[in-house]
Design a protein around this ligand. Structure first.
Ligand SMILES: Nc1nc2c(ncn2[C@@H]2O[C@H](COP(=O)(O)OP(=O)(O)O)[C@@H](O)[C@H]2O)c(=O)[nH]1
Ligand SMILES: [Mg+2]
Length: 325
């Protein structure tokens, strides 16, 4: 699944570009009737049908390509809501549906009128006036098209995570070795992505164990500081993370070479525990190549790799026990 961009949304055209495309295509419609009026009639009906189909399929493609937020996984729903706005997205997609439906109706009425028109000049007139109305209908949703084009750009940068894969979220004070660990346990290079709630990039690592894939997520700026230091946006980012986390791995640096005394690291753990009260927390002590404490926490060295395999096995067992059978 999603190792590339999370959402694959086609380029969203402007109103003028859509009209250009539709009219250009329609201009190629040709027909050889038995009489001149029959020829003109069929060509104009064909043009209207072509214009209407192009607009309907172009806008229909957008409606289909954007996720419907009500059915979206809560993690991405939150991302969409924060970066794009749930209501605006809904409204814009609704406008597409309205426009394509109304264009189709206008075209249909005009085609019927053309079918009964007696004069070539009248046929032209009907077609031209239908073109005019269709143009103004499409132009009416130009703002929504621009909005969708921007939304597409924003969504392209979303971190590609698979909400269905069991997920480990890494927490702990800065410099304890979180990034190092994600790098160490990932079988492929972790993907770095923009997470709209934080000023820093997050990294998403993955590993496989017995044909199952697991995700490890490091979110600098979110789970490395006390609650009181976080702004509302960061708190929302944590909220979104909760939808994703099946386990929180909390990392300590007992050497305190990270610059944070153990008491402070312990205090951070308490905050994280409160926030993720429904998620099991695995406590790990890193930098075991420098110091080993007498605690009964799992001890690893993200640097040398010591204890990593045991940690991974432990996490997998824990995650497996959570999976619905
Ligand atoms: N000695 C030792 N240093 C480590 C270990 N893991 C990480 N470090 C070092 O600790 C520093 C911070 O690591 P980093 O992964 O960036 O920490 P993060 O801020 O928690 O992501 C880096 O200089 C790492 O090289 C370890 O197991 N042993
Ligand atoms: Mg880091």
């Amino acid at each position: 699944m999603p190792f590339e961009a999370m959402y694959d949304i086609p380029t969203v055209l402007t109103a003028d570009e859509i009209l250009d495309k539709a009219f250009k295509r329609a201009s190629k419609v040709d027909f050889e009737g038995r009489t001149r009026i029959e020829t003109v009639r069929e060509i104009n009906i064909g043009k209207l049908k072509s214009v209407s189909d192009t607009i309907a399929s172009t806008m229909g493609k957008y409606v289909k390509a954007f996720p419907s937020i009500d059915r979206e996984n809560p993690f991405y729903a939150e991302l969409i809501n924060v970066t794009i706005g749930r209501d605006k997205l809904k409204k814009s997609l609704g406008a597409m549906d309205w426009c394509r439906g109304t264009v189709a109706r206008v075209a249909k009425v005009a085609m019927r009128e053309i079918a009964f028109a007696r004069h070539i000049s009248r046929i032209d007139e009907i077609r031209r006036s239908a073109y005019g109305r269709i143009s103004s209908l499409v132009k009416q949703v130009d703002k929504e098209l621009t909005f969708l084009a921007n939304a597409r750009h924003v969504m392209k940068k979303y971190p590609a995570v698979n909400p269905d894969d069991p997920t480990i979220v890494v927490a702990g004070s800065p410099n304890v070795g979180k990034s190092q660990l994600v790098l160490r346990i990932s079988t492929a290079k972790p993907r770095v992505a923009v997470y709209p709630f934080t000023t820093q990039e997050i990294s998403v690592g993955t590993f496989e164990k017995k044909y199952f894939r697991y995700q490890v997520i490091d979110t600098p700026g979110l789970l490395d500081r006390e609650l009181s230091e976080r702004n509302p946006m960061e708190l929302r980012g944590i909220l979104a993370l909760k939808h994703l986390a099946d386990v929180v791995l909390f990392m300590f640096d007992p050497t305190e070479s990270c610059g944070y005394p153990m008491a402070q690291q312990e205090h951070l753990l308490e905050t994280v525990k409160k926030e993720f009260s429904s998620v099991p927390i695995v406590e790990v002590e890193n930098k075991s190549d420098m110091t080993k404490t007498k605690s009964d926490r799992i001890k690893i060295s993200a640097e040398t790799g010591a204890g990593i395999q045991k940690l991974v096995d432990h996490l997998v067992v824990l995650l497996k026990s959570q999976q619905p059978l």
